[in-house]
Write a protein of this length. Structure first.
Length: 157
């Protein structure tokens, strides 16, 4: 890649019966941060999601996220804008030690039933580095300008 972006290898396995012609996640443009994930239904069918409903959509894949990284699942902006389709736990996290089926929780916040067809792009997958914290009890916290101001305490601007 000549654009200066770091490359990290991420391994995938196909679930038994998955349609391999759907393909692995892929980037839609050279500058894309997220790779598109596609629905991969065992019966090559699809699924309707009623307004207010949610479903786990299969991708037909299992992933091996490298140690020191997480894979984040994020909504596709066009689906959110045009149909109210989002991921209720966004960003969803796939840990480096998870090896089960990769499913995407999809929710319909729109006004009409939405049909997800076999092969549709349903989410974006973003690989991100992980920093592990060391949690420790403190005797005091340093003062800041904001202090203990809660939600909205910094104003509108």
């Amino acid at each position: 890649m000549s654009d200066g972006m770091e490359q990290v290898r991420v391994g995938f396995l196909w679930d038994e019966g998955a349609d391999r012609t759907v393909g692995l996640p892929s980037y839609a443009s050279d500058g894309a941060a997220g790779a598109d994930l596609r629905a991969n239904f065992p019966g090559r069918t699809g699924q309707d999601i009623a307004p207010g409903g949610r479903a786990v959509i299969p991708t037909g894949l299992r992933i091996a996220v490298p140690t020191g990284y997480e894979a984040q699942l994020r909504p596709r902006s066009g689906l959110a804008r045009d149909h109210g389709i989002t991921l209720p736990n966004s960003p969803g996290t796939i840990d480096s030690d998870y090896r089960g089926p990769l499913g995407v929780i999809v929710m319909n916040l729109g006004d009409e039933t939405f049909h997800i067809s076999h092969g549709d792009r349903i989410a974006q997958l973003v690989l991100a580095p992980v920093v592990r914290a060391v949690f420790e009890e403190a005797t005091h916290l340093d003062d800041t300008r904001r202090g203990s101001g809660g939600f909205g305490s910094t104003g509108r601007r």
